[in-house]
Design a binder for this molecule. Structure first.
Ligand code: ADP
Ligand code: MG
Length: 421
């Protein structure tokens, strides 16, 4: 067996008889000598995807003197508006990719559903983080679950459903009540249906388009937490503090750090599991792992995001290195230093619903009132049109202690018409 094959064998998940159509992972390129660091101010960096995550990466990179090119088809893209160069084209557009390759010294992604083939193609020419193979795992729930199992990371009891026969078998597998989730392209609770009775499963699968799905047992969640790790070219891993998250209607509503209701041992274990996953994937870049904490304190991995994550936005204002700084450092090959939480923080997501809180006529939330509170950091993503469920911005409250951050965030939520927490 050649060195290339053996060094990458860890990226080949075990065969699964229940999911014959899962993609196999092509072997990534063997690690040649690492590229030289791209020093601050010296280069243009590329981002695939133009949403708010890309926009905050652009801000971090520009603060370090880099120029940034964003590839996103949307003329009104939040990251494109902040970038030095906005390539308005599809992610697979050959001419745009050629231009990106020509003007950039390295490329990252802010969008986990960018075709892995595009990352692979770019990686043949210049440094790309995260690696295509890892992104491919995160893009596919069934494959992701197999990774959890292979890495020894607990996940929810589940069954892969890719045919009517699979649906029948899963219905009998004591997974109900459960949540049927599409294997690809789900986000913010979209592409999910709750299934209570076995008889309902075929119709639920049909309602999701009869596409490959995963049926997960609905677990009694005590808390939801997430861990953001960053892994560098030399394999060094650093992490942000464990985040405690509250979701409403499947969308993140609020993040608290330090996590108020999570035992130290549980937090340490979550960091260890996230680190193990990053290492198993031979990851390069920022990886977020979402976990459920069950009543008995045990951890269950939910899903991974191969990029900065909504639950890490507080790090811009509450840490000495943000998740976007970490993304930049891993991409450019700069030193990775452990981030330090210097303030307690509560992050409130600002969804488009806020613009409609007073009735049907849109109104601008009373920013002046919330900005009059101490320690409030407002981030708006520059999206022209508010729509219900659309992430328009976030607000981080920092304070010297968790109780003060929570008290101010409670006031801010009340002023904005957000539910109490
Ligand atoms: P998305 O990709 O939309 O974030 P998730 O799989 O993270 O999808 O599900 C969204 C939310 O739904 C989770 O944060 C959690 O609140 C709830 N949820 C998902 N799976 C389960 C489960 N197996 N048991 C209980 N709640 C779940
Ligand atoms: Mg999620």
């Amino acid at each position: 067996m050649s060195a290339t094959v053996s060094s990458n064998s860890a990226l080949t998940p075990p065969p699964s008889p229940r999911s014959p159509t899962l993609p196999t992972l092509p072997l990534p390129a063997a690690h040649a000598s690492p590229p030289a660091p791209l020093l601050p101010g010296s280069a243009m960096l590329g981002v695939l995807g133009g949403g708010q995550l890309g926009r905050m990466f652009v801000h971090a990179a520009q603060a370090h003197g880099y120029r940034v090119a964003v590839l996103d088809p949307d003329a009104a893209s939040p990251a494109g508006a902040a970038a030095d160069l906005h390539l308005r084209a599809a992610y697979t557009d050959a001419a745009a990719l050629a231009q990106l390759q020509q003007v950039c010294a390295a490329v990252t992604t802010e969008f986990e559903n960018v075709p892995a083939a595009v990352l692979r193609q770019l990686a043949a020419a210049l440094p790309v983080a995260p690696p295509a193979a890892a992104v491919e795992v995160c893009q596919h729930r069934a494959l992701e679950k197999r990774w959890f199992v292979q890495a020894g990371v607990p996940c929810a009891p589940h069954a892969v459903i890719e045919s009517a026969a699979d649906a029948t078998a899963a219905a009998a597998a004591a997974l109900l009540p459960g949540i049927l989730k599409t294997s690809r392209l789900g986000y913010d609770g979209k592409g999910q249906v709750t299934v209570t009775r076995a008889d309902d499963l075929p119709a639920a699968w049909a309602a999701l388009g009869s596409v490959p799905c995963v049926l997960e047992q609905r677990l009694p969640l005590h808390r939801e937490i997430s861990v953001i790790v960053a892994r560098g070219r030399d394999g060094a891993v650093v992490h942000l503090p464990v985040q405690q998250n509250l979701h409403r209607d499947g969308i993140l509503a609020l993040t608290q750090v330090p996590a108020p209701d999570v035992e130290d041992g549980t937090a340490r274990q979550a960091v260890a599991l996230a680190t193990r996953l990053a290492e198993a994937l031979d990851y390069l870049g920022v990886l977020c792992v979402e976990f459920f904490v069950l009543q008995d304190g045990s951890l269950v991995a939910n899903e991974m995001a191969p990029r900065p994550h909504n639950s890490g936005h507080y790090s811009i204002d509450a840490c000495d290195l943000s998740q976007f700084d970490l993304q930049l450092r891993t991409l450019a090959g700069l030193p990775l230093v452990a981030p330090r939480l210097h303030s307690a923080a509560v992050m409130l997501n600002l969804l488009g619903d806020l613009w409609f809180a007073a009735g049907s006529a849109p109104r601008t939330p009373d920013w002046a009132a919330v900005l009059a509170l101490p320690g409030v950091h407002l981030h708006l993503y520059g999206k022209a049109e508010a729509r219900r469920g659309r992430k328009m911005g976030h607000l981080t409250v920092t304070a010297g202690d968790a109780a003060s951050a929570r008290a101010t965030a409670t006031q801010a939520a009340a002023l904005l018409g957000l539910p109490a927490f």
